[in-house]
Ligand binder design. Structure first.
Ligand SMILES: CC(C)(COP(=O)(O)OP(=O)(O)OC[C@H]1O[C@@H](n2cnc3c(N)ncnc32)[C@H](O)[C@@H]1OP(=O)(O)O)[C@@H](O)C(=O)NCCC(=O)NCCS
Length: 146
């Protein structure tokens, strides 16, 4: 059974790093020196566990007005709702911290995943990040003031 929880960046570092390196560095060829960055220590991280085994992660940067990033699910666990559960927890964390609008630099290939979660593209022009085309997207959370 898959569960999601808030991670402790120090205590869960090995698990988060392993997922991110498998997905972004090994699979997507993101340079490893930029994978863990200076924003990591202040972000709130989440972790998905399948019977205790780490299978997915993501982070939210409250200081950057709810910027969500590093959302990754190990390939064999995709398309079974893990990413959506991670995003729901990240959105709940946003609301708890007074943030009612989340945003991200979405990989173009992942834009449909974010759209299903209520995100819309705010700037149609794709830009390059780590050699991968991205678009900026945002989502007003359900209980956000009009
Ligand atoms: C993007 C990613 C996190 C999605 O995780 P996931 O666990 O497969 O997503 P879910 O199973 O929760 O999918 C939720 C919905 O989005 C859809 N979806 C997921 N990925 C999709 C994609 N790439 N294209 C179109 N739809 C997608 C699912 O079909 C599902 O729709 P449904 O509710 O109608 O069935 C995962 O594919 C991944 O780690 N990719 C590599 C890293 C990456 O690109 N991260 C995003 C960085 S911006």
């Amino acid at each position: 059974m898959v569960t999601v929880r808030i991670a402790d960046f120090d205590a869960d570092y090995a698990a988060l790093r392993a997922i991110r390196f498998t997905v972004f560095v090994d699979e997507q060829r993101v340079p490893e020196e930029i994978e863990i960055d200076d924003d990591d220590p202040r972000c709130i991280h989440v972790l998905a566990l399948d019977d205790g085994d780490p299978v997915g992660t993501g982070r939210i940067d409250i200081a950057k007005s709810g910027k969500i990033g590093r959302v990754a699910v190990l390939a064999p666990h995709r398309r079974s709702g893990v990413g959506e559960e991670l995003m729901k927890l990240l959105h709940a964390i946003a609301v708890e911290n007074g943030v009612h609008r989340c945003w991200c630099h979405a990989q173009l290939s992942a834009a449909p995943f974010y759209e299903k979660l209520g995100y819309r593209i705010t700037d149609e022009e794709p830009f390059d990040e780590a050699g991968i085309p991205h678009v900026q997207m945002e989502c007003r959370l359900a209980d956000a003031p009009e």
